[in-house]
Design a protein around this ligand. Sequence first.
Ligand code: ARG
Length: 590
Amino acid sequence: MEYFSDLLTREMEQAFERAGYDGALGKVTVSNRPDLCEYQCNGAMAGAKQYHKAPFMIAEDVAAQLKDSAVFSSAEAVKPGFLNLKVSEGLIQKYVGEMAEDPRFGSPLPEHPKTVILDYGGPNIAKPLHVGHLRSAVIGESIKRIVKWHGDRAIGDIHLGDWGLQMGLVITELKKRQPDLVYFDPDYTGEYPEEAPFTVSELEEIYPFASGRSKEDPEYYKEALENTHLLQEGNRGYRALWNKIVAVSTADMKRNYERLNVSFDLWYGEASVHDRIPGMVKDLKEKGYAYESDGALIVDVAEETDAKEVPPCMILKSDGASLYTTTDLATILQREEDFAPDEIIYITDKRQELHFIQVFRCARKCGLIRPETELRHIGFGTVNGKDGHALKTREGGVMRLETLLDDIDAAMLEKIRSNEEIGEEEADRTAKQVGLAAVKYGDLSNQASKDYIFDMDRFTSFEGDTGPYLLYTIVRIRSILQKYAAAGQGKDASQCRICAPGDEAEKALMLDLCGFSQMMDDAYRDLAPNRICAFIYRVANDFNSFYHGTKILTEPDEAKKEGYIALLSLCERMLSACIDVLGFSAPARM
Ligand code: ARG
């Protein structure tokens, strides 16, 4: 279907032409004075110079052409030269009616779907997930779903931090604590045991311990570097132990991501491209892109137009070790080979922006990627506490993701328990579902690049711009639809037909829905889930105003009642589709 606003613009362009003006002046936009009109056109203002005429006169000429318009029920010229517009009820009925018939609400699928890789999550093996990982998971999952909704092939890759010094540190500490483990016996040639020699909580204690010690003890640090090197060189015992560390750690991660309703198509990590690095390095050297500087291997990526200095991209350290940059470059090679993607999108903390500028430039310069492949980095801000500083535990430590989710679930459970109709088990389940919406909506309703304040009281409120408010609205609509079905006197909701809006509140709601496909395309173009949040919040508000002013189930006029039911059913399906794209769902009741 054509965008609703394009349909209005087309009508306006023709009116400008019929009045003897340039049709291109007829752009129609949503009114910024909703108290006066629904849409507006400022073309007469823009045309004044061109036609040496007062804008008001132009606006009047155009308005005269719209007297019998089937699109605008009123087009009024107002000083100094605006056109204030109201949309015809018949057009709205037709447009919303068509949306209601289409499972995609009038959004066409692309003729040439793209292949898009989404790199998000990015947790590090052996380190517990902390609140910083929340945003990558929540935003990344939603962007993946936006891309999928649009009709592209979306592939999510978690890109584990599973290589490098952090693994060497864990191995070093394990060796100190359990030197007799068979993994450390260089003469051992048999099979390694099935069972890991540690639990996930032990692992999570070991890493920070080892990391702290390495900062104080240079000998220990040196040992960790050596062990990292041995691991990367392929030491058999170390590799076997590494496999165990990865297995134990990812099992725990999977549990956490499942709880967040986040899933990945690929569980690749930095380690999975290790074997590509020597070939890549050789190639970069041979082609003359990479050269040695102070013992390190680097590629220049600065550009003349850089306002801030962009340092060279470091490929190998002077000791020959690879870096974060190196694995990211090799991963680009791997993705090109496996999927030839049209686009790769990275979702990380915005403090990694420079890293991605370097990686993207280096990949292009050295031809690691086809010129037509787009590379995009979505950098997000920090999750802050109410004090405006990064969210911490009460003791001042890093906030674990699990703790945060537990806290929100507990707060939600308290509220849901006040509904006495809901039993213990359902309350538990519902609290988790609504809690997740609270957390995700609290994050996604902000522009990703901005920091936001994690405000437990606000996020879990059933009122205002919150996840629970939206779920509550959906639950309310469902309950009316259920009551209608249970009464069993009318048609099935799917047989009910949309009517023309009967009052201002109904019209406002229907006009909101008309903006759906354009909003989804905007969200896709900008990779901005916050646009979907703003849309559903407006729909929910306008629905609730409509609901409070309208007797729906007791409406005596059967055709009118069926019109309401058709509209409610469309609202319910559209809101449900939107929250699914945001990555959460609504309970049966709350
Ligand atoms: N593991 C990284 C971190 O914790 C994030 C990885 C993001 N993805 C990437 N391809 N670099 O900061």
